[in-house]
Design a protein around this ligand. Sequence first.
Ligand code: SF4
Length: 208
Amino acid sequence: MDEPLFPLLSLSRLRMGTDGTGVTTLIAGAGCPLHCRWCINERLLREAPVESVSAPELIRRVAVDDLYFRATGGGVTFGGGEALLHAGFIRRFRALCPSAWHVSVETSLAVAREQLILALDAADLFIVDCKAMDGEIYRAYTGGDIALMRGNLRLLLEEAGPERVIVRVPYIPGYNTAEDQTRSAEALRAMDVTRLDLFSYVIREGGA
Ligand code: SF4
């Protein structure tokens, strides 16, 4: 079998309390179907040459923190860009990495349903940035169609269960209000989301 390759943008080691559980290495991959207004990575995602790595090679690099992962219940978080564009790779990584490692995926869920299905049993935790639950705000901010994200979120909640899903709901200056954010949270609770994270984008010059 040909090894799937991952377009690696960066590895960020020894993270605590920002993504995933315990000590985490954030693995950022290239590519994203959305065009969020305040994306700090947009230029990097679309223009930078990236390194392609196989799962065994990536595991070898990440394993430098194996002891930290085991001691804290941590592991790796796939982000980006859109991590689920690389669902086949994540499956391969999960199959080869130590079972003690916790694997999380950060996603907007703006991907084909098949990609999500491929990743369902490869990740312990899905961290979803839903952007907004209002179709017009969603389109204005991301350029995408909310129906895709909603359908995938429903599937994810049914198949993985609410315990394996955290949904992040941003306040996005210039695009929504605190009331919109609250309405999004209510809509998500009505879909049986139990783990919500309401937060604010911090807008710096040139991006969020
Ligand atoms: S989903 Fe994330 S990576 Fe993609 S454009 Fe939006 S902010 Fe950028």
